[in-house]
Design a protein around this ligand. Structure first.
Ligand code: PLP
Length: 332
């Protein structure tokens, strides 16, 4: 695994030392209810308790710390309005690096406030993501560095630190269940986990509504899919037709992928709330949802990554209100 499209265990271990001051080592809890259901220990990696509310801080912090002094002085720029934007804003502000997040006029105020609260400048340009991207290109031409959300060696290595933490906490883990979108998380986690424990099984979980990586794996090359509204909104978006790392790494390191319906994701969010007392976003609940759906084979200890908690509280209230306290739907 030495070719240039793969991020190595060495890079991930180096990232761990670099991000140690910025990130929080998040806890791992055994879920009594999910363990009873599967008949094997089911552990939850509580990464929604990460600073900024998701694991994206890990990759952003590693990428920022790898910049040269000149690059740090010029600052960083990004387009994400979601978890990557928050993580990048926080990582940059901790490192004393200027950060501009560009977004379109259509982005809701709460997202703008969320990014500003982490210490970034917000620049609102045009009425589409493409126009916002145009502003990023201009800032890059002026000398700032763009930090992308997943397809970047240092970002993948940063996300991989989560894999190291998981194996430290659960050395006998047989299966890791990982939310999957652009693939930075799963590529990093799988690279770390398989380097330490080659026989470990890595399962990627996406939503039925717009899973670009799964469609790309099936096609054998990166493809575009239509973006649709989903409860797992942090899993939306493409993987890039010119994908450099995450497609190849996912193809090589991930054993299985599966897709969930909106109802199944809702059941995951509801179970987390009613049974585990956790408020997590849809994207962070897909592992729980996959277990509840009966899609995870029980052949040894399982670890689910609860990847984020940045949920719209009104939407969350609706989802948990529709469910019975055992997580099942009232209509069912
Ligand atoms: C970004 C994100 C993911 C998916 O990560 P990728 O690296 O894009 O695959 C999963 N969960 C949450 C909460 C996220 O923010």
């Amino acid at each position: 695994m030495n070719d240039n499209s793969m991020v190595s265990l060495n890079e991930i271990e180096a990232a761990r030392a670099r991000v140690a001051d910025t990130i929080r080592v998040t806890p791992v809890n055994l879920s009594e209810s999910l363990s009873a259901r599967l008949g094997v220990p089911v552990h939850l990696k509580l990464e929604y308790l990460q600073r900024t509310g998701s694991f994206k801080l890990r990759g952003a912090a590693n990428a920022v710390s790898r910049l040269s002094e000149a690059e740090k002085a010029a600052g960083v720029v990004g387009v994400s309005t979601g978890n990557h934007g928050r993580g990048l804003a926080y990582a940059a502000s901790r490192a004393g690096v200027r950060c501009i997040i560009c977004m379109s006029e259509l982005v809701p105020q709460v997202k703008i406030d969320g990014i500003r609260a982490q210490g970034a400048e917000v620049r609102i340009v045009g009425r589409s993501q493409d126009e916002a991207q145009g502003e990023v290109d201009k800032l890059v031409a002026e000398g700032m560095t763009m930090i992308p959300p997943f397809d970047h060696r240092d970002v993948i290595a940063g996300q991989g630190t989560l894999g190291l933490e998981i194996l430290d906490a659960v050395p006998d883990a047989a299966t890791l269940v990982v939310p999957l979108s652009g693939g930075g998380l799963i590529a990093g986690v799988a690279a770390a986990a398989k380097a330490r424990k080659p026989e470990i099984r890595i399962v990627g979980v996406s939503m039925e509504r717009g899973a670009a990586m799964v469609a790309s794996l099936r096609a054998g090359h990166p493809v575009e899919v239509e973006e649709l509204p989903t409860l797992a909104d942090s899993l939306g978006g493409g993987i890039g037709l010119d994908n450099r790392f995450t497609f190849a790494m996912t193809q090589r390191l991930v054993d299985e992928t599966l897709l969930l319906s909106e109802d199944q994701i809702a059941a995951g969010i509801a179970h987390a709330y009613w049974q585990e007392r956790q408020i997590i976003e849809g994207s962070g609940a897909v592992g729980i949802a996959a277990v509840l759906a009966g899609s995870i084979a029980a052949d040894g200890p399982v670890v689910l990554i609860l990847s984020g908690g940045n949920v719209d509280m009104k939407q969350h209230f609706e989802v948990i209100g529709r469910a019975r306290p055992d997580g099942t739907s009232k209509e069912a």
